[in-house]
Design a protein around this ligand. Structure first.
Ligand SMILES: [Fe+2]
Length: 171
């Protein structure tokens, strides 16, 4: 279950409906995919995509997503910190960033144009859709572990465009 924080307002949300409502108001979609227990988080990528095929097809129809894959980040990956450094500065993409967490934890920060910065700590069963053009950044927690389904409209679009604002250093 996700934990949402608005540091500048000292707000915390932990209930699915309040998370959905708060994030929805700033243009971020949040969902729970409840059949998370029907497949092992350590199953093969193909088995995970198969177990969530219904949800994936529904998302694809909603957002013109063409492909899905499973990303697997573990503490022992060579150059892990270098990889994470690509996503830690504030950036946006020319396509949506859609992630469903199967295992571990990922922390998104969203910097909406007209609202406070919000952090979203995502764990197994949480799905987020960050629309194209939304400024955000991403990091792992101390476990340095995340396994997630990703959906792509066009993998060429999934390149970070850095804002160079340095905003992430405040959070
Ligand atoms: Fe991103």
């Amino acid at each position: 279950m996700a934990i949402v924080n608005v540091p500048d307002k000292n707000l915390t949300f932990t209930e699915t409906e309040e998370i959905k409502n708060y994030l929805g108001a700033i243009g971020i979609d949040y969902e729970r995919w409840e059949n998370v227990k029907s497949v092992s988080p350590d199953a093969s990528a193909d088995d995970i995509l198969e177990a969530y095929s219904k949800e994936i097809e529904e998302m694809k129809a909603k957002g013109d997503y063409m492909t899905a894959d499973v990303i697997d980040i573990k503490p022992d990956i060579p150059n892990l910190e270098t990889i994470l450094d690509r996503f830690r500065p504030e950036h946006r993409h020319d396509e949506d960033e859609v992630r469903f967490i199967v295992k571990g934890c990922g922390i998104f920060h969203i910097a909406p144009k007209d609202a406070d910065v919000v952090s979203i700590k995502m764990t197994a069963g949480d799905l987020i859709r960050v629309p194209r053009g939304t400024n955000h950044w991403f990091d792992l927690d101390e476990t340095r572990t995340v396994r997630a389904i990703r959906l792509f409209q066009d993998t060429a679009g999934w390149t970070p465009i850095y804002t160079e604002s340095g905003l992430e250093r405040n959070y």
